[in-house]
Design a protein around this ligand. Sequence first.
Ligand SMILES: *[C@@H]1O[C@H](CO)[C@@H](O)[C@H](O)[C@H]1NC(C)=O
Ligand SMILES: *[C@@H]1O[C@H](CO)[C@@H](O)[C@H](O)[C@H]1NC(C)=O
Ligand SMILES: *[C@@H]1O[C@H](CO)[C@@H](O)[C@H](O)[C@H]1NC(C)=O
Ligand SMILES: *[C@@H]1O[C@H](CO)[C@@H](O)[C@H](O)[C@H]1NC(C)=O
Length: 290
Amino acid sequence: MEARVAICLIAVAIFGQTQAATVKHNKAASARFVNTTSCGGLITAEEGLIEYKLDANYGKDERCIWTIRTPLRTGINFTMNRMGFEAPLDGVKLWSISKYGISRAHYFSDWTDTPEDAYVDSTVAIVTFHSIFSIQGQGFSLSFKATPDTDYNLKYYQDYNKKISGDEVVSFRYPENAPYRNLELSTFIVSRHTEDQGQIEFNLTSLELDYEPFVGECHDVIHAYYYRSGISYNDLSRITPLEGVCHTSQVEPPIYHPGYLQKADAIIILLTSDEQNTSEGYEVSYKYVN
Ligand SMILES: *[C@@H]1O[C@H](CO)[C@@H](O)[C@H](O)[C@H]1NC(C)=O
Ligand SMILES: *[C@@H]1O[C@H](CO)[C@@H](O)[C@H](O)[C@H]1NC(C)=O
Ligand SMILES: *[C@@H]1O[C@H](CO)[C@@H](O)[C@H](O)[C@H]1NC(C)=O
Ligand SMILES: *[C@@H]1O[C@H](CO)[C@@H](O)[C@H](O)[C@H]1NC(C)=O
């Protein structure tokens, strides 16, 4: 129902609240093709193009994080058309997202390989761009196209791709109006603005998903990650255990006290549900720390 739910054959792009202004629609074919030149954001389309600082110098310690949603497809084909990175430390990474979590699919860095193709076997993917502390590179042009095959195993989704700066503490509840859906795979990302050099701190303040209290078995789970790039970091790190978590009672201190407290360039949370029973969802509070 309304914006929260995306049903099969909907061919309309759904943008997160913080979708940047430079995203353009191809009017003739609605959400078929979306181009962007912004640093990060949500793109819901069958095909698209990200051109970030193409033929222009990027800054130091840049971070951009895009969510690419190609509704109900089996995979996404990416082509790096052109890039001018300082290889091997600056580059673009592709990540696939499934109900089991996020896994790294490809790293584009060495411009001598262009054009370069990579395939991500999921209907939703994350694209990250990072640069380290030295400024010696130029941006890129990356296009993507969903495979023609459809996959209805996970029917519902809602994606958020937000940015934060300043001092305020923001709280985010998913879904806004409980319950979440069965057969859902939804994503939430909050990142710092690329020109900011601080970090994001967050707490998981509530977690009520479908589970069996006596055995403690989760039927639905969230997977939470923090993203920290740079030479001494491992990009995406799991905060939650491999199997995910579903209930506040499972999350022991010190990780949950009263929530997860981690600092990162971005926080990513996935919610995935099975085919029956549902519950409240989760809530996080986060802020930017300089
Ligand atoms: C998006 O980029 C493609 C490839 O450069 C171009 O052909 C198309 O016209 C662009 N569409 C919009 C709406 O800007
Ligand atoms: C991905 O793109 C490449 C190059 O255009 C093409 O050869 C390949 O068949 C595509 N793969 C899929 C799964 O669409
Ligand atoms: C979960 O769903 C099944 C099938 O609809 C139902 O029989 C069962 O009572 C539900 N369990 C809970 C805890 O709501
Ligand atoms: C997270 O929890 C800690 C400990 O209670 C608190 O000091 C901090 O301000 C909280 N941060 C946010 C962003 O809610």
